[in-house]
Design a protein around this ligand. Sequence first.
Ligand code: GDP
Length: 298
Amino acid sequence: MFENLSDRLSGVFDKLTKQGALSEEDVSLALREVRVALLEADVSLPIARDFVKAIQAKATGQAVTKSVTPGQQVVKIVHDEMVHFLAGDNANAGELKVDNPPAPILMVGLQGSGKTTTTAKLAKRLTEKNGKKVLMASLDTQRPAAMEQLAVLGTQIGVDTLPIVKGENAVKIAKRAKQQALLGGYDVFMLDTAGRLSIDDELMAEVEAVRDVASPRETLLVVDGLTGQDAVHTAENFDARIGISGVVLTRMDGDGRGGAALSMRAVTGRPIKYVGLGEKMDALEEFHPERVAGRILG
Ligand code: GDP
């Protein structure tokens, strides 16, 4: 989708003869390509507009240096602006607040977003990279299979899970996880909350109750990166009701649309902390704006 944006841009510009500076017409031509590509990638219209406007301001009148083609020069401007949009002001997006043990991390999101998988991936990462002792607990009382899934993943990656006790509600499990984390000398405990197919009041009320019991240091929303603007709406909703500290975009390995990444920061003001790049337990990467911009531009 986005894949050949840099080729498209270079193509437009390299047709032009070299001039002293990028003219308004040159820039407008390229920006038409950018706008189309953004909309194809399911970036929302206001964000696409802001983005294009920012580039217009930067590119117009800029002297074309001898060493690069005008096309290359515009690609660089677009790339830099994309990094800016993706990163916001926060240079340390990937860092989690996990001091003061046991630090609770609340994992929220819709069913099927990759929440349970991401919980385990992150637990593995915290264990192996940060040397943390991690406890995971599933709060999905509606779906015993989800609880089992987390336990299986825990065994696979060598991270403890809270023993499953039938009949407990989510708040009770959260309390038990906290207690177990204290008693067991854990650095971090992760609460994998139940998902629903869509945002509903019942889901939000349950997550709120868990949040109030756990006082999480981090509340991470897991969203499917392939869902474009829907992912951004989901983030807005969760943030308004629960308050999130960051976002994990999953399925960024698919050749889907990069739109969610580009709009997320600008719309929600919340940082993307990690991206999911596959089903395997190692397929989680810190969010690097440079890398994502590079991938988008191709
Ligand atoms: P949950 O309902 O939100 O807990 O979703 P799951 O964690 O069960 O994930 C649903 C499916 O998505 C599983 O088959 C996962 O292996 C898969 N999945 C999760 N994250 C990623 C990712 O980043 N890339 C890909 N390709 N698949 C993923």
